[in-house]
Ligand binder design. Structure first.
Ligand code: FE2
Length: 500
């Protein structure tokens, strides 16, 4: 009986809060009472609203329906996730099994004492892991340590970490390369156009392979080789996975209406037939950081906050994410605005700050970066802080086209190759930002601009934002893509728009 009531209200786009629901349920003729309530409340032109105890009282007093205060769903009234999930279960009681597991999470593996020896073991780990990939490249077969190259030699094959990149007066490039045995200068001639173009994308601290010849002080490069990724076969997918990031709850520029529409869609209560069909298929929702706006992230941030403390921001996040039907698994990684150590790898969002979010049964918390398997679809989640460094240091790379940056990171097999710039990296014993596993999906955020491309069979997705243009973005003329949500629907990419 009570489930019928929930379904009736939900079909009429009316959400019922806990107390109102209890009273309707206990009414002597609850079914008729529900019908007459729906009839009266359907006068509203709002898409979705919340039926509270106060509205119920007014109705019972015989008040005019026009006087009944209708809430548009942004109210502070707790919309019970229990009721919504009961509705979800009504519709999605298939009991579909999840094959979810975390492949890589650094939340508890991340240790640092901050001593200099950590710094050297960190770089040793980076070099070993990345040179290991290069070692398997056919082009670098029989490569030798740098100190074993003779003064003059026709065929040279070496692997090293980039110490420095110098542009010469004659517009050539010199890359200083280092391995455990020594350093050498690699010259890239500007007349070798293709190679010179490749060299423009090389950054400090990445590990590359070089083939060429030795003449005097220099190795004259004939080829530059990245660790690279192999082409992968696409895996079959019989469900939808949704990717979002940069929600920025708590900010005055958080787009609550767009987010509510998104939630209504994912609950299959909003959208056209095709969109509803996609929503019905959704099993996973991945959030790549910046769930909340945080506090003290930049100077005078408080002026742009509507929720000025971090606990309140996560409470609101729990209220909003709590509306999502319970048969969707939500995976949340932190971003630079979240309550987690800023240095990467960032451990999962702290339970201390996000208590109510942790109470949601369908939420999993992972580190940044992390790899999760969604029914066999391996998804690499990285917020994307290092995009700032790449966009700043490499000609041709920008926030607007983060797919180009993602491609470079995959080929370099490292999520934050430049050390010591804007991306704070913890000097761990081990480098956890090396891309060791080849993912099926590479999901990022941070730049607030959507991007999608497939690279060698890997879906590269940047999921945009639910925050309108900020003051900072206005200064730099950055146009965010707001409320546009990427979905992998049975393997096909779709972009759903909830912005107006
Ligand atoms: Fe963000």
């Amino acid at each position: 009986m009570s489930d019928d009531i929930i379904v009736k209200f939900t079909n009429a786009n009316i959400l019922v809060n806990d107390k109102a629901y209890e009273r309707i349920k206990n009414h002597e003729n609850s079914n008729n009472f529900t019908d007459s309530l729906i009839e009266e409340l359907s006068y509203s032109d709002k898409d979705i609203f919340v039926l509270t105890e106060e509205i119920l009282d007014q109705f019972l007093k015989g008040g005019d329906p026009e006087d009944i205060i209708l809430d548009n769903g942004n109210s502070d009234d707790l919309i019970t996730s229990e009721i919504i999930s009961k509705h979800a279960q009504e519709k999605f009681s298939s009991g579909r099994p999840f094959d979810f597991h975390v492949i890589q999470d650094t939340s508890k593996k991340s240790y640092t004492s901050g001593e200099i020896k950590d710094f050297s073991s960190y770089f040793k780990s980076r070099f070993e892991k990345l040179s290991g990939f290069l070692d398997k490249r056919g082009e670098l077969k029989d490569h030798r340590p740098i100190n074993r190259i003779r003064k003059t030699e026709d065929v040279v094959k070496i692997i090293g970490m980039v110490n420095d990149i110098i542009n010469t007066k004659n517009n050539h490039k010199i890359i200083e390369l280092e391995d455990e045995t020594g350093t050498v200068n690699v010259l890239i001639h500007n007349e070798n156009h293709k190679l010179f173009e490749m060299a423009e994308l090389i950054v400090k601290d990445e590990v590359i392979g070089v083939t060429g010849s030795k003449k005097g002080k220099f190795v004259i490069a004939s080829d530059l080789i990245h660790p690279g990724v192999p082409r992968i076969d696409e895996k079959p997918m019989d469900f939808s996975a949704v990717f979002i990031s940069d929600v920025h709850i708590g900010s005055s520029t958080f787009l609550g209406d767009a987010f509510n529409k998104f939630v209504n869609w994912i609950n299959t209560d909003f959208g056209d037939d095709e969109q509803i069909k996609i929503a019905e298929d959704v099993k996973y929702l991945v959030v790549a950081g910046d769930v909340v706006d945080g506090i003290g992230v930049y100077p005078h941030q408080e002026k742009e906050l509507v929720i000025k403390n971090i606990y309140g921001q996560y409470e609101e996040a729990a209220r909003l994410f709590g509306k999502i039907r319970e048969d969707i698994k939500i995976i949340i990684a932190p971003g630079n605005h979240d309550a987690a150590r800023l240095a990467e790898p960032q451990p999962a969002i702290s339970e201390e700050y996000a208590k109510s979010l942790y109470e949601l049964k369908n939420v999993e918390f992972v580190s940044n970066p992390s790899i999760v398997s969604l029914d066999g679809i391996n998804t690499l989640i990285y917020h994307g802080r290092s995009f700032d460094d790449l966009a700043m240091t490499v000609k041709g790379l920008s926030h607007q086209e983060s797919d180009l940056i993602m491609k470079e990171l995959l080929e370099k097999r490292h999520l934050a190759p430049v050390y010591g710039e804007r991306t704070p990296l913890a000097s761990e014993f081990e480098d956890h930002l090396v891309i060791e596993e080849i993912p099926d999906v590479f999901h990022t955020g941070h730049v607030h601009i959507n991007a999608y491309k497939k690279h060698k069979g890997i879906h590269m997705i940047n999921s945009g934002t639910f925050q309108s243009q900020t003051e900072f973005q206005k200064i730099y003329n950055i146009m965010p893509t707001c409320g546009e949500v990427p979905v992998l629907n049975r393997g096909a990419f779709k972009l759903l728009k909830f912005s107006n």
